[in-house]
Design a protein around this ligand. Structure first.
Ligand SMILES: Nc1ncnc2c1ncn2[C@@H]1O[C@H](COP(=O)(O)OP(=O)(O)O)[C@@H](O)[C@H]1O
Ligand SMILES: [Mg+2]
Length: 498
């Protein structure tokens, strides 16, 4: 059974009289199954509690429940009336800020000194109150492996084929792809999805492989904080930024073969922070990294983080981080980081944003999965200084206004993108005229010039393009002080991206 090693360890702990065990997992069903099995191996009765059902004697829905035990304090009190047993409490962490519940837990733990058994709390990222911490042992249920998903798929095919005619039209390579697409889902979710695919039309076909991705997307987006971003172009559509590109290229092999890299002594890169002048390709780069590395791109959209009622946001944020880890290896893109955490120091919202900020910082430093974070920021003044400290990101890059070479490249890229022939334009003249322009401003000039010539029924020329350039007031001339300050700040603390 998947996670065997975890339950072996748990069994040893119970034998060794550890009375309070926290099993960290998102897969409550798997935990339940494993705990019931552990109880029977230990010759203990198995009990399972949840707020909605109360205390139940056994793991099956048909097992009897003890009356009036939906209240956590009453359920814990009931334990003391029972004999030796393994008591599984799911979702108790929501009640651990109640001193009465904590006190009941302490009583129960005390009782296990005199009789066999243990109290097991399951959930993800449970934070214990200080009073319980010295009594508790935390173990983590390992996530499902490739083999677990493979076995699950084979078992379900076998089971359904025995019951109904099932057409399997998958080649060995298709099966491999299907199993690969399942990674990141809990086994329980994976089972539901495969079952649906089989039962829907009595067949497993190649197009079902894509439907797994659709189902996965739904799971990711239900939190409202993360979204799957469609793949965009690669870094060849980004002009300049040679230093950053080289840094990324050097790490491509590590990302492609994380196991081999690990054996060699290299770990999965943590992430980069791209700081700099607006409109110079930071967001563009962030999107391109995923394409370049062949990884899925998840975007964290913190704009609705604080909309929901207090308390919810913290929970949602943690769940989003966990989802990101589950789907690893991925690129996680956080655009305009300062907007998400600018209010972190003000405690206008009762400290919620401050706590989320703290959670995020420690997640950045300690996260487990292969999640490469690309964060961008346009405004260092608004960015909490904690992000700049060592250890949060592998590197902090400063993205400045494009130089001559990069401007020529930007012109070529954007002219070609819009079906214009760069050879018909006197590029050196336009490059000279766009000194101080950002990439976005150059792009806008091209587009405006195209509107002008299209409505006039003519075609794009160097002159028409130069006319638009002359009419543009770039940010670097409207706010030169801001740019200077940014540049001075950055040369002290960051690496040039170019
Ligand atoms: N270095 C560049 N190479 C190619 N296009 C660029 C570059 N910089 C900016 N652009 C164009 O300007 C647009 C806006 O740039 P963006 O990446 O959003 O800037 P920011 O640095 O503010 O995140 C891009 O989508 C792209 O079309
Ligand atoms: Mg941007």
């Amino acid at each position: 059974m998947p996670g065997d090693a975890t339950f072996d360890e748990l069994q040893l702990l119970v034998r060794a009289r550890y009375a309070l065990i926290v099993l960290d997992t998102v897969e409550v069903e798997r935990a339940e199954e494993g705990l019931a099995l552990t109880a029977s191996r230990l010759n203990l009765l198995y009990f399972s509690w949840s707020r909605s059902r109360g205390l139940r004697r056994g793991a099956l829905p048909s097992d009897p429940t003890v009356d009036q035990t939906d209240d956590p304090a009453l359920a814990l009190a009931q334990i003391r009336e029972e004999g030796a047993g393994l008591f599984h409490f799911r979702g108790l962490s929501a009640h651990l800020d109640d001193p009465a519940v904590v006190s009941h837990v302490l009583d129960v733990v005390q009782q296990f000194n005199a009789r066999r058994g243990a109290l097991v709390l399951t959930g993800h990222g449970i934070r214990l109150p200080d009073a319980l911490r010295p009594h508790a042992t935390v173990i983590r249920l390992a996530g499902a492996t490739f083999d677990d998903y493979r076995q699950l798929l084979e078992r379900l095919i076998r089971e359904y084929s025995a019951r109904m005619p099932v057409k399997i039209e998958l080649t060995a390579a298709d099966r491999l792809r299907l199993v690969n697409n399942l990674t990141g889902l809990t086994l329980n979710e994976a089972e539901k999805i495969i079952t649906k695919l089989i039962v829907d039309d009595g067949a497993l076909r190649p197009h079902d492989i894509e439907r797994v991705n659709a189902a996965k997307r739904q799971i990711v987006e239900q939190d409202g904080l993360l979204e799957f971003h469609p793949q965009s172009e690669g870094l060849d559509q980004v002009a300049g930024l040679g230093g950053l590109k080289q840094w990324l290229a050097r790490r491509r092999a590590v990302v492609a073969e994380p196991q081999r890299a690990q054996a060699f002594g290299l770990s999965f890169p943590k992430g980069v922070l791209l700081l700099g002048v607006p409109g110079c390709g930071k967001s563009l780069c962030a999107k391109s990294v995923a394409h370049e590395w062949g990884l899925p791109l998840l975007k964290l959209d913190p704009s609705n983080l604080y909309d929901k009622f207090v308390g919810e946001s913290e929970h949602n944020f943690k769940r989003a981080m966990l989802t990101a880890e589950r789907l690893a290896p991925i690129v996680l893109w956080i655009d305009e980081l300062e907007k998400a955490f600018a209010s972190a120091s003000a405690d206008a919202d009762g400290g919620v944003s401050h706590r989320i900020f703290g959670t995020f910082l420690s997640w950045l430093q300690e996260r487990k999965g292969d999640v490469f974070v690309v964060a961008t920021s346009n405004d260092v003044a608004k960015l909490p200084p904690e992000f700049i400290r060592k250890g949060r990101f592998d590197e902090i890059f400063f993205v400045d206004l494009p130089g001559e070479g990069a401007r020529a490249e930007i012109l070529r890229i954007h002219l070609s993108k819009r079906k214009q022939d760069p050879l018909l334009i006197d590029l050196p003249r336009v490059v000279a005229a766009t000194t101080g322009f950002s990439g976005a401003e150059i792009e806008e000039s091209i587009v405006s010039a195209m509107y002008a010539v299209f409505s006039a029924g003519t075609s794009l020329t160097t002159e028409t393009l130069l006319a638009e350039v002359a009419a543009t007031r770039p940010l670097s001339t409207t706010m030169p002080e801001r740019l200077d300050a940014l540049r001075r700040w950055a040369t002290q603390r960051t690496v040039a991206a170019d």
